[in-house]
Design a binder for this molecule. Structure first.
Ligand code: SF4
Length: 214
């Protein structure tokens, strides 16, 4: 069993509720979307084909001995069969996944933390498939995690507001400004002018961009 891998590295989680947590990143190659503001376009390219054992060994080599979390990210990790990798890493780490929210897979129920995107119009791939979103929300409810939306404009914020009326967002929702398009101030003021009807909401930014780390 092998997977296409873009890179494996140790850093701090830069986004959402696990922000600042030391994390071993496994970035898998390929994505089924092409977001206009994607900041990991290099992950669209074919990666190195590595066996699950090779990936696990590289993760263990990069561990400082105190890391509790491994994060499967991309690209879109769910376009590959990640279950064997999850099984291999589980004895060593808590497993998180970052997914673009367009795909539902049973393996989500094996995760310790799920971060799933809601895509706004500025991405070029707005979230309209509420059936998939509802299943992902159910998986987050069962396990743990967050929905995450990048906001690049007032239109994006209005889109997320409309979505919160259509879907019952019962899990944490993280809003982040689109880096390079709008500021954190802009997003905070949007929220303060017109709060979204979501109980568990966080208005955050991307720590790895501020800290200039990977
Ligand atoms: S889903 Fe993520 S990795 Fe894929 S194109 Fe969009 S931002 Fe990039």
């Amino acid at each position: 069993m092998s997977l296409e891998v873009s890179e494996i590295f140790f850093s701090l989680n830069g986004e959402g509720l696990l922000m600042g947590v030391p994390t071993l990143f496994v970035r898998l190659s390929g994505c089924n979307l092409r977001c206009t503001w994607c900041d990991t376009t290099y992950a669209w390219d074919p990666g190195r084909s590595l066996s699950v054992d090779q990936i696990k060994n590289q993760v263990l080599e990069k561990d400082n001995g105190h890391c509790q979390w491994a994060l499967l990210t991309g690209g879109e990790p769910l376009i590959q069969d990640v279950r064997p990798l999850v099984d291999a890493l589980k004895p060593h780490y808590k497993i998180a996944i970052e997914t673009n929210g367009s795909l539902y897979r049973e393996v989500l129920h094996d995760m310790d933390f799920i971060s799933a995107d809601i895509k706004p119009p500025s991405s070029g791939n707005p979230t309209t498939e509420y059936g998939t979103l509802t299943k992902i929300i159910d998986a987050i409810t069962e396990r743990s995690g967050q929905l995450k939306a990048i906001i690049a404009s007032r239109e994006d914020y209005a889109f997320i507001r409309a979505l919160t009326r259509e879907c019952d967002i019962t899990v944490p929702l993280v809003l982040q400004p689109c880096w390079g398009s709008v500021t954190y101030d802009f997003l905070c003021n949007l929220y303060l002018e017109s709060p979204l009807p979501v109980e568990s909401i966080r208005i955050l930014t991307q720590l790895h961009k501020i800290g200039n780390i990977k």
